[in-house]
Write a protein that binds this ligand. Structure first.
Ligand SMILES: [Zn+2]
Length: 507
């Protein structure tokens, strides 16, 4: 009897102590990492360390010139011996160009200048928001941000290959598998239109658009139709599309990383610049759609529209721009994906009545596949049903936390992230202009966790979204998602070891 009692006790003890410890030893790596992450959610340094290493999938919202750091622009400007306005920090390609712009005594940059280092520090300050600290600074919604682009632009144009190389290299270092970059827009304006279609055509067509864009919808469609049909027959416009596609090919190929493991897959969005004449915007959108559909194209995967949304012309013609997207999407013979900067506004930046419908128009008129920023959602009319529709239609919002704070002064609960998140709208974390904002994709995840306390599994879901909702082909997406899972597996196994090492520091 005693024997039996002892035996049963032994079995009981086995159940209590041994079997759970067997289970404990086979806890999946992801659970161990989840637990560790839950304990560091409020620790900025430990989050930086963690996210620096974590695979981050894709960065789907980033602008080439704004993503390059000012140090690179300074180096290129010195190499090219550009001219500088010492007062403003603006670069000019030639002395004449500077003088024409009213700069009294421009200075030519040169590697042998004695004060080069001081100059460099001053320009880094002007060309980026280098003093901006995302966690504790409230910058006034700012012209500083958009002004910075104008200052260093003269150093960018001739060096797209070098700029792109920097982005690809940073992605490889940061464990980012995919980039969808807004690299350059089609170069078309009054000169080209008049050369292709006869002098005065630009002014005449632009006037018609200006008038009809603010009038009846049918009149606008009629105007767009007339212009579109003329462009469709133009050999010059067709050649512009081909040249644009080939230029992007050559820049991409020449900027590829050599001998760097884990080079990212890189695809591109083409775009129009919105704060311009309606005809110019339409021409850029037309060429953008055509480039995406061109049989020789393999790199352009979507169309966007950029530049400050609160600009005079951007606001005046916003609805017309969305109609242009809708018109071209209908005309397209192949599906063309759209990501649209929409609702990058907030109270105080424009008149309250102008906050009512930008996201709505991007969804229903332009038929956007993704929305960039979407920060003014709570000010839109019928915003609850609109948010619900974004969820039902699986239209993701590209969240750019540092950018929204620097440009719009939005952070913490002032930012709509928690609303979108709770509603189940798909979300993607991106950088927008990492160079000007002096941030990185890793830091965006740190910021997200500090502010909104997401769990490791919720973060993983956002990372997967950045591939699932990319504009890469289904085949590429499948390859990237598989690669991402392999990277997560490696990452978690690495971090189980790291966590074990850190445990030794406890005692
Ligand atoms: Zn942007």
């Amino acid at each position: 009897m005693t024997y039996f009692i002892m035996k049963r006790t032994t079995i009981f003890l086995l159940w209590v102590f041994l079997i759970p410890s067997i289970f404990a030893s086979v806890r999946p790596d992801s659970v161990i990492v989840y637990d560790y992450f839950s304990g560091i959610k409020n620790n900025e340094s430990l989050l930086n360390q963690f996210f620096r290493d974590m695979p981050k999938g894709g960065d789907l919202h980033n602008h080439l010139t704004g993503s390059v750091y000012a140090e690179t622009y300074f180096k290129l400007a010195v190499e090219d011996r550009l001219w500088l306005d010492l007062d403003t920090g603006k670069l000019y390609p030639t002395q004449l160009a500077a003088q024409k712009a009213g700069v009294v005594s421009p200075v030519q940059l040169d590697a042998s200048m004695s004060n080069l280092n001081n100059l460099r520090r001053r320009l880094l300050d002007l060309w980026s928001i280098s003093r901006f600290k995302a966690f504790n600074s409230v910058l006034k919604a700012g012209s500083d941000f958009f002004n910075a682009f104008d200052l260093f632009l003269a150093a960018a144009g001739a060096h797209l290959v070098e700029l792109l190389h920097e982005l690809k290299y940073r992605a490889a270092i940061e464990n980012v598998q995919y980039l969808e970059i807004m690299a350059m827009s089609p170069r078309i304006g009054a000169d080209e239109i008049d050369r292709f279609f006869g002098k005065g055509t630009y002014e005449k067509d632009n006037k018609a658009l200006e008038k009809n864009i603010l009038g009846k919808r049918t009149s606008l469609t009629h105007s767009l139709e007339l212009i579109y049909n003329r462009w469709e027959k133009s050999k010059e416009m067709a050649k512009m599309v081909k040249d644009y596609v080939h230029l992007m090919d050559s820049i991409d190929v020449n900027s590829n990383l050599v001998d760097v493991p884990n080079a990212p897959v890189c695809l591109y969005q083409t775009y129009a610049v919105r704060n311009a004449d309606p005809l110019r915007v339409f021409a850029q959108l037309y060429l953008s759609f055509k480039a995406c559909m061109d049989e020789s194209n393999s790199r352009f995967v979507g169309v966007n529209i950029i530049s400050p949304e609160d600009g005079d012309l951007s606001m005046k013609y916003y609805r017309g721009h969305m109609e242009m997207f809708g018109f071209l999407k209908k005309k397209a013979l192949k599906p063309v994906k759209l990501s649209i900067h929409a609702g990058e506004l907030t109270m105080g930046l424009v008149k309250p009545e102008e906050l009512g419908s930008h996201i709505r128009d991007a969804v229903y008129l332009a038929k956007a596949d993704r929305i960039g920023h979407g920060t003014d959602i709570v000010f839109e009319k019928g915003s609850v049903s609109l948010i619900h529709d974004l969820r039902l239609r699986h239209i993701p919002i590209e969240i750019n936390l540092t950018s929204n704070e620097a440009v719009l002064g939005l952070r913490e609960n002032n930012h709509p992230f928690p609303i979108y998140f709770k509603a189940g709208v798909p979300l993607i974390i991106s950088t927008d202009d990492a160079g000007v904002l002096r941030t990185s994709l890793s830091e965006q995840y740190t910021l997200l966790t500090l502010r909104y306390g997401l769990s490791y599994y919720e973060i993983k879901k956002l990372v997967r979204n950045s591939i699932t909702y990319s504009f890469a082909s289904d085949e590429k997406k499948k390859m990237l998602l598989n690669k991402l899972e392999v990277e997560f597996h490696r990452f978690e196994s690495r971090w189980v070891d790291n966590i074990a090492i850190m445990k030794q520091w406890d005692g």
